[in-house]
Design a protein around this ligand. Structure first.
Ligand code: NAD
Length: 305
């Protein structure tokens, strides 16, 4: 397939390279000249204007940091032509950026009004998943459009889930990450509580990992060194999944909660706690480093350890 890949950052470049590796005809573009140079140096065919990339494409994939970038790029403005106007009629737009549900729906509406097809297809799995083509894609859009995107998504990922209509890929992403944030915090609290009670990390892990407390935040991203040697706690909380990205995703969850009026007190408390984590210097650390924020205020002489 002829693919225009726009947004050659941490995620986009390895994803685009995997498409090339599978034999697709990929042309890349990024607004930042340095990103274009890095992509060229890695062997990707790169052009200097977005419109040149999309002019001849069958599918346009975007992988940007934020929702306003997707809307602005689709629509154009300030003298820049929009991608939708530059694209051949009827082609498919696949937005893999993590953006708000309402922004994703606005992007779908713009594409539809331009006579183009679109899906929202955010990912989980991080840079390692992008490099190893093991991402999970959560996809929103009409079934025919999701099926059209699927062969490309299956090259870049290990799992593709059609979550429903426009915006519902993003809905699945915010719901999943709200679970993850709250569970990572409470796993950290449980380890600190165990420390204060004289319980070893390994003993708590051996019980909870095989009992009803079992979850990814414990068994993969364990916030104490030892029980899971590959978890970021064993390397000074080097990410992994950085606090800044969790903070961003919880901001999107907050928007969705406000939009729907759901009483999501746990999720919104997690949002506040991660905001404080980032403000306190956690932006570049793995989000499991939240255990250090739990430990500091609970440094209490009543400890029985
Ligand atoms: P990034 O900032 O490294 O890359 C985004 C790229 O998009 C940048 O190079 C930027 O210059 C480019 N860009 C912005 N507007 C553009 C435009 N109009 N045309 C062309 N290029 C444009 O971000 P990333 O880490 O690659 O993340 C991308 C998305 O994936 C984000 O929404 C993020 O939340 C999500 N995500 C990231 C991870 C991760 O671990 N990095 C994991 C899951 C999901």
């Amino acid at each position: 397939m002829r693919v225009a890949f726009l947004g050659l950052g941490h995620m986009g470049l390895p994803m685009a390279r995997n498409l090339v590796g599978a034999g697709h005809d990929v042309v890349g573009f990024d607004v930042v000249p340095g990103a274009r140079e890095a992509a060229r140096a890695s062997g990707l065919r790169v052009v200097n204007a977005a419109t040149d990339a999309v002019a001849d494409a069958e599918v346009v994939i975007t992988m940007f940091a934020a929702g306003h970038q997707v809307i602005d790029a689709y629509r154009g403005g300030a003298g820049r032509p929009g991608l939708l106007a530059a694209a051949p009629g009827g082609i498919l737009f696949v937005d893999c950026s993590t953006i708000a549900v309402d922004e994703a729906r606005a992007a779908h509406a713009l594409a539809e009004a331009a006579g183009l097809r679109s899906v929202d297809a955010p990912v989980s799995g991080g840079v390692v998943g992008a490099e190893n083509a093991t991402l999970t894609f959560m996809v929103g859009g009409a079934r025919a459009d999701v099926d059209a995107a699927r062969p490309l998504l299956e090259v870049m990922g290990a799992r593709v889930v059609h979550c429903g209509g426009p915006g519902l890929g993003q809905a699945a992403k915010v719901c999943n990450n709200m679970i993850l944030a709250a569970s990572q915090i409470v796993v950290a609290e449980a380890f600190v509580l165990g420390e204060r009670l004289g319980l070893s990390h390994q003993a708590l892990f051996d019980v909870a990992a095989h009992a009803s407390g079992q979850c990814w935040a414990l068994t993969t991203n364990c916030p104490v060194p030892g029980p899971v040697p590959s978890s970021p706690a064993n390397r000074g909380f080097e990410p992994g999944f950085a606090g800044a990205l969790m903070d961003k995703d919880l901001g999107l969850a907050e928007k969705a909660v406000e939009l729907t009026g759901v009483d999501a007190r746990m999720g919104m408390l997690a949002r506040t706690i991660y905001r404080e984590f980032v403000d306190g210097g956690g932006a570049g650390r793995d989000f499991s480093g939240i255990i250090e924020s739990v430990r500091a205020p609970s440094d209490d002489p009543r400890s029985t350890a």
